[in-house]
Design a protein around this ligand. Structure first.
Ligand code: BTN
Length: 242
């Protein structure tokens, strides 16, 4: 596995997009100490104090995954990072907040932004960007409910050791996915934040009470509302009220 380290990049995901991806080996990792324009989900910026955290991307070529099964990749990446966080923080409860945020308790420790290229109905290439809060202890107010490994247990860590642990877990889970013998969905559901617990959401602009039942094959969230209706929601339609 090749790891390219950079002091500063605009965004590790954007760096990967500019590569000649036909020539790139699978498992290329691009890691930056500082991102000047880190990208988050839904057009947000990813805020991370330079050199304190992990901001990296990994390139995969999961040609064995059909376009219809892309959510398998989302689940695999989230479970792998949750594996690493669980190992690092054995005394905390690690969750996956749908679809792919990693939470410690009610706070976000990691965000994942993956984009897939589809060719002839299969995933030709994935760029999976991961921002994991390691040693940062102060966050600007614009970052909702953040936490880092250090905030959780007081320990300062070598970011490179954490990177290698996360990469080990990613490789292991990815191999399981490739083998076809895996229980990735079961693992994902067992880690799903608020599953089976009634809580508040904003759905299509309205505040509702609901209970997460699971996800459908496309990765949409299935929620049982307090009025008895079941809804199936995409990411744009729902906001967790935390
Ligand atoms: C989220 O909003 O939850 C996703 C955040 C993803 C951030 C990572 S940091 C490394 C990679 N490069 C980026 O510009 N974004 C991702």
């Amino acid at each position: 596995m090749e790891i390219r380290y950079f002091n500063t990049l605009e965004s590790t995901n954007n760096y990967c997009k500019l590569l000649n991806l036909d020539e790139v080996e699978e498992f290329l990792v691009v890691c930056a100490g500082k991102q000047t324009a880190g990208i988050g989900q839904q057009g947000n910026v990813w805020v991370s104090e330079p050199y304190k955290n992990l901001t990296f991307s990994i390139i995969l070529k999961p040609t064995f995954i059909s376009a219809a099964d892309q959510y398998q990749l989302t689940m695999t990446f989230a479970v792998a990072v949750a594996d690493a966080v669980t190992e690092l923080l054995p005394n905390e409860k690690t969750y996956i907040k749908w679809p792919n945020d990693i939470y410690v308790g009610d706070r976000k420790i990691c965000g994942i932004l993956a984009s897939n290229q589809i060719k002839q109905d299969f995933v030709a290439l994935t760029i999976c960007g991961i921002g994991l809060n390691v040693n940062q202890t102060l966050f600007p107010d614009c970052v909702p409910n953040p936490v880092s490994l250090k905030m959780a247990d007081g320990q300062e860590r070598d970011t490179d050791s954490v990177l290698h642990l996360v990469l080990d877990k990613l490789q292991k889970r990815y191999k399981e996915l490739h083998s076809g013998i895996n229980n990735i969905e079961e693992q994902y559901l067992s880690l799903l934040y608020r599953r089976g617990i009634e809580a508040s959401y904003q759905y299509k602009g309205h505040n509702i009470l609901g209970t997460i039942l699971g996800i459908n094959q496309f990765g949409h969230l299935i929620l049982q509302c307090s009025d008895g209706k079941t809804i199936c929601s995409s990411m744009k339609e729902i906001k967790f009220l935390i």
